[in-house]
Structures are given as C-alpha cells and as structure tokens.
Design a protein around this ligand. Sequence first.
Ligand SMILES: O=C(O)Cc1cc(O)ccc1O
Ligand SMILES: [Fe+2]
Length: 449
Amino acid sequence: MAVSRPYPEMPRGSGTDLKYLSGFGNEFASEAIPGALPVDQNSPKVCPFGLYAEQLSGTAFTAPRRDNQRSWLYRLRPSVGHDHFEPYATPHDTLNSDFSACISSPNQLRWLPFKSPGDQHDFVDSLFTICGSGSASTKSGFAIHVYALTAGMDDRCLANADGDFLIVPQSGALSIVTEFGHLEVAPGEICVIQRGMRFAVNPVQAEASGYMLEIFSGHFQLPELGPIGANGLAAARHFLSPTAAFEDRVSSYTVIHKFDGRLWGAQQDHSPFDVVAWHGNYAPYKYDLARFCPINAAAFDHPDPSIFTVLTCPSTTPGVAVADFVIFSPRWLVAEHTFRPPYFHRNCMSEFMGLIRGAYDGKRGGFLPGGASLHSCMSPHGVDVATFEAATASSEEPKKIGDEALAFMFETDLVPRVTSHALNAANLDRSYQQCWKGFKAAQIPPAAI
Ligand SMILES: O=C(O)Cc1cc(O)ccc1O
Ligand SMILES: [Fe+2]
C-alpha cells in the first residue's frame, strides 16, 4: 500500500507542525486563539477581542444553497486598510488573462521542461502563461501557467479576483501562507486557492517549479461517481484545509491584486495575514494525489481518461467541463488482448498534459518531467512509434505503473489559445511530429479485397 501516512495529516518532515481540517466543501470553523470565533452570529456589534468581521463571498449571495460558498473572517484590521492600487509590472511580462490576441494552433505542441528565467524572482514574477481561453472580465474560460521561483514573496501577497488557482507542484515543496492559515504542498500534492483569497507562496528549499490552472468561472468540485458507487477516485475526507493562523506584524507590505487580467499593487502598513478565526465553506485546500483511488478496466479495452478525474469545474452543459483535472497515477494494467497505452484519438475537448515525475505510458521519450504538451480540439494524437511497437508486442501479464510515474491532464471544452512567448519559447519541441513518423501501413492481403 503506497499510502501509509497516519490520518489526519501529520508533520511532513520539513520542520513544520501544520494541522489541517479534513473534508471537501465542509462548513469548517477554526480559531487560532480560543474564544476568537463568534458562535451565535456572524456579525456581533463587538466581536471577541475587538476583531473585525468580514465576509468573503465565493459565489453570488443568491446562488443555490448546494453551490453557495462563503466564509466569515475575524481579523485584526479590515482588509480594506490599504493605499491606492497602482499598476504592478512583472519583470518578464509573461502573465496573460486575455487570449484574444493569442493564436489557436491545430499543431500538436510539446515543450521540454520549462526553466526559470535566470534572475531571482518570486512566484508572481515567475508566472508564465502557456495558453488559455475566454476572459477574466466575462468570468468565462481558463488559463494555464507555469511558475519557477527562486525567492519567497517576503512582504508581498497575491489575491486573484479573476478566478481560482489549482497549483500542481513539479519540483520543490511550497510553503503557502493564506488568510485562512498555512499550507505546505509538495510535488505529488496539489492545492486550490480560490478567487479573492490573499496568499503568499514561498519555496521550502531554494527553488520550486510547477504548473497552475486558473479557472475564470465557478469552482472545482468532485466528479460524480455514477455507477462506480459511493466510493473511489478522490475521497472528500482527504482534502485538507488550513487551520487559522495569524501574525500581528507592522511592515511595509504590498498587496498584489490580479483583476481583469492585470496586476495591481497597493501598499499597506501591516501583514494581511491577520485572521485570528474563521468559519465557512470557502477555504483553500490541498490534496495528496497518492490518496487517489483509481478505477480501471478489469477485463479488456482502454477506458476513457475521465475515470481518473480528481476535480472538475463544470460548464453549464451537463457532463461538459470548463476544465477537468485528471491524473495518471500508479495502478495496475491488467486488460487482456488489449492495446494498453492510450489509444489514438481526436477529441472534441482539448488536452494539456504535464508530467510531475517519471515516464508517461503514452510516450516513450520527449515528454519529460516539468515539460508539457497541448493537443487541441480534434488534433490527432496518440502514442509514439516506439510505444506502439512495444505495446503490441508486450505480454498479457499484469503490469504495474509504479510510484515513480505521475502525469496529469487539464482537459477543457474551450479552445486554448497559445501565448506568443510560449510559441516562441526556446524549449518548444520543434521536432515533436517526428515521434509519429514511421508507422508501418497495415497490409490488406489481396485475397481479402
Ligand atoms: O492523450 C493522452 O495521452 C491522454 C489520454 C489518456 C488516455 O488513457 C486515453 C485518452 C487520452 O486522451
Ligand atoms: Fe488524448
């Protein structure tokens, strides 16, 4: 059994003793100081210790009860206590939320591992958008970014008014400070920081890099399980939200605010992480992908990858996602008389893939940890020649895709447009097509014609 850590989450070897609240979408309550949380009501005339009550709404006030998300934060000072927002420039200008001027390419695209830009930079300054669709201002669409940071955010934080971030670390653990408390997220884990929440990302070691999906509409939810039943895939209890933690620190602090695709910065004279207690169902969370319980074919044929969906952001069309987060994690392949790797196909959805570690069973070479591929709507793709030949000659024995392999896919119904800096990047694999050259044509015997 790969997962042997005690439950709930215990300290993770980096000197932290973080405690988490478990469950997906629960009504949580947490206080860093006993008695800080008003119990009978949300807005007392005077809050305990003179704290300020503030609501953070993640859905419209009138959203149906089952979808409604909001939390109440009890803080040392109201979050409005900052100076004017001024435009905030990043050194490389590689963050996009408007894709109208970007190019949608039918070409199969692949990138070798993304490297950090070289100079010292933090999470925000390192953001590099690869592709996306729609726009933040219409609250529709998504963006896919990579990050590669070599510095902490010091006295700076980010809040994204444009949507939710799903962060997928690839190398280096992240220590994430949020208004709700602290999260530590290592490669093999993911975290979600929703719209509006202030947070700061710091590397636990010297560097960290990874991928990030941003959705401009809605929120992630667990996929329906249908005939699978009540259990399987990601279990709600394995999602972990932080416990309240605060600092009362006077400092020259910059609040960076991403709004309608642009970054703005405002100064304030204190840390924004001053929430002493909170309650509600709108809170960041993390999830250890090792806890995912995959379902797979037990007799024959290759199922569609939707069986590996961890989280989905639904569109308004039933069964169709703005974006799904899907993983290809350790599991047994046992299907008989079956081509076991991913089949050749053309998909009405678009597929962005990344590799956290190891090798992906659909590609023998070229798809590397920290790299990425994009197969857009109806662009044909599938295994390379070497993988095809090995799979058609392989034995019928059960085969384990072991702990060393972990790939993921962001699958979207929208058409991704690729930024010019991603299309012109030095690490774009300009010979990707070559991996599909050399398939021998099937031969129909003349007698069969
Ligand atoms: O293209 C890919 O590698 C992703 C994928 C995996 C799979 O098992 C079936 C279909 C599919 O698109
Ligand atoms: Fe695919």
